[in-house]
Each structure stands twice: as C-alpha cells, then as structure tokens.
Ligand binder design. Structure first.
Ligand code: NAD
Ligand code: MG
Length: 390
C-alpha cells in the first residue's frame, strides 16, 4: 500500500486526486487530508478514505471538524501550523494542491521527509523555486509536475537529453476574454472572469487564466522546473486546450503532448510515475475535432506575460513579490475594489516599489526570507489596491 496525503483535498485538484484514489482504495493508505472552509467535504472524504488525520486551515472551524469526525478515530486539527505538521507525517506521495503561497511550507515539509511531491501548487515554484528544488535534491525527494503544461513537457522529455532542447512552448486557451475587444476589458465582471471556456477549475486560477497571470506564473514555473533560460520559453494561444505543450529539439523536431482538458491525466501520471496506468479520461477523436488553431499571444491584451519576463530578469525574490502582489490584486478584483485591468497595474507598481525599497528582492532565498518578502509585498500591493479602490 502506498501512503498518500493530499494538501488542498477539498479543491478542484484535490477532488480529482481523490476520484483516482477512490477507484483503487486497496492500493492506498491515506495519511492526511487538508482543506479550509468546506468541512462537510473534508469530513466525507476523510471517512470514505479512512484517513489518519484531517486538517482545516480555518481555526474557527475546528469544532465542526471534530464533531464531524467524532467516533471515527480520525484525528482532527486546525491552522497553518497543523497543516505543516501533517506534512511531516511519513508518506510516499504527497499532492500539493493548496491554492496560493500557503502551499509552500507544507510542500517544503514533505520534501524534507524525502517524500515524492506531486506539485500542482505552482505558486510555491514561483515564490521559491530554487529553494524547493534544492530541498528536494538534498533529501532525495522527487518533485513531479501536475500543472498540465508541465506534465506534458515532462512526458515529452522522457529519454531525451536536455542539451538537445532548443525551446519549450506552453499553450494557453486565452481564457474568458480571448476574443473580447481590448477596450471592453476594464468592464469585465467577476462572473464573466470566473468562467473558463475549456477547463473546470477553482475560481482563482480561472480568473488568472482570463488575465493570463496563470500563464505568466507557468512561464516562471517552466524556467524553474526545467532549468532553461527565459528566452527559450514561448507561449502559444491554442483555443482548444488539447495540445498542452511542445518541446522543440535541435534537429527541428517538435514533440507535442495531446490530450483532453482533464486534470486527472496529469494527476494520474504523477501518481503512477514512472509507470503508465489506465486513466478514466476521454479518448480524443481527432477526425471529429478536425482542426487545432494557434495564435501568437498579445502583450497588450495580457500585460501579465510581459511582467513575467521582467520578474525572471530580476531573479532572486522577485517571484515571491510577483506572486504575493498577484494574489493580493486578485483578492482586490474578487472583492470589487479593482477593475479587471487594474490587477496588472497593482502587480507592476508593487514590483517597482519593492525594488526601490531596496534589499528585499536580492535577499538570500531562505523559507523565512520568502515568507517575509511575501508578507511585505502583500502590504505594498494592498496599499496600491486601496489607491485605486472604486
Ligand atoms: P481550489 O480553490 O479549487 O482549491 C484550493 C484548496 O486549497 C482547497 O482545498 C482549499 O480548502 C485549500 N486552501 C485555500 N486556502 C488555503 C490556505 N490559506 N491554507 C490551506 N489551504 C487552503 O484550487 P484548485 O483549482 O484546485 O488549485 C489548486 C492548486 O493547483 C493551485 O495552485 C492551482 O494554481 C493549481 N492548479 C490547478 C489546476 C486546476 O485544474 N484546478 C490546474 C493546474 C494547476
Ligand atoms: Mg496549467
């Protein structure tokens, strides 16, 4: 039996992971499941999977969690510290699917145990890629990509020499506003930004797809994961979301990964790696689909892509500032304080201000420094949001 833990079990990635685990219950010994507000879901899954412990990030909900698990023998705990401690429990495979920088500390804790980390939480690579990878190496822990584009690249690279890689192309659907007139973007509502043409995902990543901040994060994630230089990474708009990424080699070949937009493929690949096992995803009928379209991305429509290049050029802790500013700006848009197009203004202003404050971006990358920088960048981004608040 493989011991598995799922961080962010109640979310979209977490639930897709649980769907796969439930199909082979005898193969897995579930250690920890974590969530935040959705206690009913956490309780239901902890009981169904016979978890050892269930943890909620929300300390005010500990009583509800304890009540739901009463008499089951399953432990209950609450708070960020309890989540990080759950990651200290020995496991063979951990799914990192908390949304936001909150996923960093438990991911680091799991790696320190030498546990294989299936990484959906791209924020931790953007904030602290070097630190995460070094920690994995130091403890002999493997990090497997779960983001669909990065899983696709990872699969296209099996058996290939990295020296032969000329470029990596990650695709983007273009999100909710791909075909909107640019001048209408400031009027985009929360509802409009929260619906994705192809993927069914959590609300935050869906809005990030419309603004292309998700792809901006993924460009940085590509750089960290595969260690190639920023000028070797391209973004390609592909409205059908069926080619997830392409790797270009020095002999002119392009290896493309094609599959349905269903995260259970990438999750399942990481779960069974290095084996391939049957997965319950749609088999594509390419003759029926007929056409794949491609377009170049437009920096004017999506300033996030340009900002990602600036962040990579700055290096150091710029990724932590970028991620914190992006999360804060997104909170501002969700709360109705910012217009859709003002999110990128807040992120740029935060990057500029943190740079002129000096010292922060070049600080050594330790977990403590990353968390401090994250905290400070959120304050700066909050002030930048308040300046603009409607
Ligand atoms: P989601 O919002 O559906 O779920 C997030 C999970 O994190 C929930 O379990 C929630 O309870 C938990 N959580 C939220 N705030 C927390 C906090 N402060 N502390 C601890 N736990 C907290 O998000 P999702 O769409 O499943 O995305 C999860 C991660 O996977 C994100 O990093 C996202 O970028 C990445 N990702 C998601 C998809 C997708 O298809 N949904 C695809 C690629 C990558
Ligand atoms: Mg992705």
């Amino acid at each position: 039996m493989r011991r598995v833990s799922i961080f962010g079990a109640t979310g979209s990635i977490g639930q897709n992971t649980i769907d796969l685990i439930k199909r082979a219950p005898d193969a897995y010994d579930v250690i920890a499941l974590t969530g935040a507000g959705n206690i009913a879901q956490l309780v239901e899954d902890a009981i169904a999977l016979k978890a050892e412990i269930a943890v909620t990030a929300d300390e005010t909900r500990l009583g509800d969690l304890q009540a739901g698990l009463a008499g089951t023998g399953i432990e209950a705990a609450a708070g960020a510290q309890a989540i990080a401690e759950a990651a200290d429990r020995p496991a063979d495979w951990v799914m990192s699917a908390i949304v936001g920088a909150a996923g960093l500390a438990p991911g680091m804790a799991a790696l320190k145990q030498g546990t294989t980390l299936a990484l959906a939480n791209k924020e931790s690579l953007v904030c602290a890629g070097k630190l995460l990878l070094e920690t994995g190496r130091a403890h002999g822990a493997e990090i497997l990509p779960v983001d669909s584009e990065h899983s696709a690249v990872f699969q296209a690279l099996v058996g290939e020499p990295m020296e032969a890689v000329e470029r990596i192309i990650i695709t983007a659907s273009g999100g909710a506003f791909r075909d909107w007139p640019i001048e209408d973007l400031p009027k985009a509502t929360l509802d409009q930004a929260s619906s994705h043409p192809n993927w069914d995902m959590g609300q935050r990543i869906t809005i990030d797809s419309a603004s292309m901040f998700n792809k901006a994060m993924e460009v940085i994630e590509t750089r960290e994961f595969f260690g190639i230089s920023p000028d070797q990474i391209e973004v390609l708009i592909h409205p059908q979301s069926m080619i997830h990424a392409l790797v270009g080699f020095n002999d002119g070949a392009l290896m493309a990964h094609v599959g349905p937009p269903d995260m259970r493929h990438a999750i399942g690949y990481a779960l069974h790696h290095p084996a391939r096992r049957h997965l319950p995803v749609e088999r594509l009928d390419l003759a029926k689909i007929g056409t794949f379209e491609f377009r170049a991305p437009d920096d004017q429509r999506w300033p996030a892509l340009r900002i990602a290049r600036e962040v990579m050029a700055r290096g150091g802790l710029a990724g932590a500032v970028f991620n914190a500013a992006k999360e804060t700006a997104l909170d501002g848009f969700i709360a109705g304080h910012l217009k859709f197009t003002q999110m990128s203004d807040v992120v740029e202003q935060t990057l500029e201000q943190m740079d002129t404050h000096g010292g922060h971006i070049d600080a050594t990358m330790t977990l403590d420094n990353v968390l401090k920088t994250d905290h400070l960048a959120r304050k700066v981004a909050k002030a930048a949001t308040e300046q603009r608040a409607r």
